[in-house]
Ligand binder design. Structure first.
Ligand code: SF4
Ligand code: SF4
Length: 100
């Protein structure tokens, strides 16, 4: 695994648009989850609400310019995904961004 500073998340957003199964909650406290606006939380309350494969809290256009609307209170899985790690590269591949 090669972590890279070459990837700019704000011009990517691929991991936030890769799978509805990805931005799921894990070990967050109730207090942490309470900080997430309800409109961004899935009906089963087990993760972020997605539209297709895309997290509803992602704004912007993947591969162009994106931002997380709940960045300061985002779930653990989002904090753990680092630019250049395996999950990042898989997500970027799905949007043909690794050769960009
Ligand atoms: S896929 Fe990688 S570069 Fe893109 S937003 Fe996620 S962590 Fe950042
Ligand atoms: S909560 Fe934010 S960082 Fe996490 S998947 Fe959604 S848009 Fe991406």
């Amino acid at each position: 695994m090669t972590l890279s500073n070459d990837f700019d998340c704000q011009s990517c957003g691929a991991c936030c648009s890769f799978s509805a199964d990805w931005p799921r909650f894990s070990m967050e406290s109730e207090a942490a989850l309470d900080l997430l606006p309800a409109r961004f939380v899935a009906a089963d309350e087990g993760g972020m609400r997605c539209e297709g494969s895309r997290c509803s809290a992602l704004s912007g256009q993947v591969g162009v310019g994106t931002s997380c609307m709940v960045y300061d209170v985002r779930p653990d899985v989002c904090r753990e995904c680092l630019p250049g790690d395996d999950a990042c590269l898989i997500a970027r591949d799905a949007f043909a961004l690794n050769s960009a």
